[in-house]
Design a protein around this ligand. Structure first.
Ligand code: ADP
Ligand code: G6P
Length: 483
């Protein structure tokens, strides 16, 4: 029976070494959390990196790493320290990530990074070929593996290959600055179907293909000499039921079962019953607009001092890519900003910002989603932003206000949220005021519409739509061959 081979840089499980023992935690990030539900229910294997370098895994634990991965139908690819440096911290996260998010000043065009990126893409493709059998579908994910579709195609010309990009695809004017632009596009074009979160990213990609490679592009089809490649948008959804049910069950826990975080949140509510909690959750990443958000919150407190002691920003930043200098700098900037603002506005009984720099278990995420009156998500650029969707899914009584940046892919599907420009502090301050004062009926009305939409277009539907479109490309191929 044919299977689906999922391949992404990171597996949905992250393995770490603690006191000579392996510790497994779920991976953070939209790709892993979203795709996990599809993988769990289907007939698929998932190939990716465990998070440990080859040098870090002691000989006696090598088999255990494989077993831990296998228990979740995963295959762990081993990367050396050098590969992780050049491929993951290097080309993926110091070249492609900033460029595709329009941070051109952060983009490094380093030849050695590119060389390692190519080698590691070959390594991943080889791993896929080990498991590939005729009739299988191969689904390659994200910007770390842009060359993999072509590498597989070169060895298995008849394979059915899909590629999904989880981050934005930048406009031609930005993409064309990449020294290896042709190879990157050719790598992606090894796929039969290429998916993006939004129509804009799709359009930018098509425009780059037509202007850089000069291939014929008709609507959303690219004609290569030997095949047709289809390009389409598939906005990724969430596992709606999982979040809704977690939120419903969450309130049933006895006091003993309550998490420390939940107790702290409850104490806050007892002490200041009218105060509003404003939530933000992101990986600590410069694309997420965390520093902007804190500055906008400061501006809000200055402009509307009547809200002092009446609001609190609860900020969870999950450590991410901490070997990349820009991330280290951002961490310092945020520490300083939080310290300065808490110093400036705190009173004896109140601090304006609660800041957590750590990863939290799923239950704690649910605590935060369900306890906060407002979610303030202000990315400067974001492929999708699943946190916005998760917040809405957990609001089982339909209350809560989502303030969302227009620069997030999710904003296209979430018009009933309060949409802001993350660079406009004046607008953010006014929108925060509007959110705090929004009548419950209006919150309910907006959220019911959003919930209905998110429930219908959940992650299962997203994966199914992509897969059926991929299978349909076979018809395209037959039609092309008969010409
Ligand atoms: P990105 O993919 O850029 O990180 P998204 O908002 O699309 O941004 O996805 C973030 C994902 O990571 C969400 O599904 C969220 O639930 C998950 N997440 C965030 N914080 C944690 C955490 N502490 N532990 C586990 N998952 C987390
Ligand atoms: C985004 C990317 C994913 C990545 C995730 C976490 O969601 O699209 O490919 O896995 O961030 O980043 P990390 O570098 O920890 O894998």
């Amino acid at each position: 029976m044919s299977k689906t081979i999922i391949i992404s840089n990171r597996l949905p499980l992250k393995i770490a070494l603690e006191d000579d023992k392996l510790r497994v935690t779920p991976s953070v990030g939209g790709l892993a959390t979203g795709l996990k539900s599809f993988h769990k229910d289907g007939d698929s294997i998932w190939i990716g990196w465990s998070g440990l370098t080859e040098e870090e895994i002691p000989d006696h634990l090598e088999d255990e790493v494989k077993e831990k991965a296998k228990a979740e139908d995963c295959v762990a690819v081993n990367l050396t320290e050098e590969e992780v440096d050049g491929f993951y911290y290097g080309f993926s996260n110091r070249t492609i990530w900033p460029l595709f998010h329009y941070f051109m000043e952060y983009t490094e065009a380093e030849y050695n990074f590119w060389e390692t990126y190519k080698q590691v893409n070959i390594k991943y493709a080889k791993e896929v070929l080990k498991y590939y059998e005729e009739g299988d579908r191969v689904w390659v994910h994200d910007y770390q593996l842009l060359l993999v579709p072509k590498l597989i195609r070169d060895e298995e010309p008849e394979a059915i290959i899909g590629f999904f990009n989880h981050i934005p695809f930048p406009s031609y004017e930005v993409f064309r600055t990449l020294p290896w632009r042709e190879s990157v596009l050719e790598g992606m074009l090894g796929a039969d179907l290429i998916g993006f979160h939004t129509y804009d990213y799709e359009r930018h990609f098509l425009s780059s293909v037509s202007r850089i490679l000069r291939h014929q592009v008709d609507f959303n089809e690219i004609t290569l000499p030997e095949r047709i490649v289809k390009v389409d948008s598939f906005p990724m959804g969430i596992d709606y039921k999982k979040f809704e049910e977690a939120a419903l069950n969450h309130f049933r826990g006895s006091e003993d079962e309550q998490s420390e975080l939940q107790r702290r949140l409850d104490l806050h509510l007892e002490a200041t019953p009218d105060a509003k909690l404003i939530l933000s959750i992101d990986r600590l990443d410069y694309t997420k607009g965390i520093a902007n958000r804190i500055r906008a919150f400061e501006y809000f407190l200055e402009k509307f001092p009547e809200f002092i002691e009446k609001v609190r920003l609860v900020m969870l930043a999950v450590p991410s890519r901490s070997n990349v200098p820009q991330y280290q700098r951002l961490k310092r900037e945020i520490d300083e900003l939080v310290g300065r603002i808490n110093g400036k506005f705190s009173t004896v009984s109140w601090t304006p910002i609660w800041y957590f720099y750590r990863s939290m278990p799923f239950d704690n995420l649910i605590d935060l989603y369900t306890s906060c009156d407002i979610a303030l998500l202000t990315p400067i650029r974001d492929g999708m932003n699943l946190v916005a969707k998760e917040y809405i899914a957990t609001r089982t009584d339909h209350t809560g206000v989502l303030i969302l940046s227009e620069m997030a892919g999710a904003a296209h599907e979430m018009n009933e949220a309060l949409i802001i420009n993350p660079n406009n502090f004046e607008q953010i301050a006014l929108t925060l005021k509007e959110a705090i004062n929004m009548p419950k009926e209006e919150q309910i009305e907006r959220n019911k519409i959003l919930q209905k939409r998110l429930k219908r277009y959940d992650v299962e539907k997203w994966a199914k739509d992509f897969m059926s479109a991929l299978i349909n490309t076979e018809d395209n191929r037959r039609a092309f061959e008969s010409i």
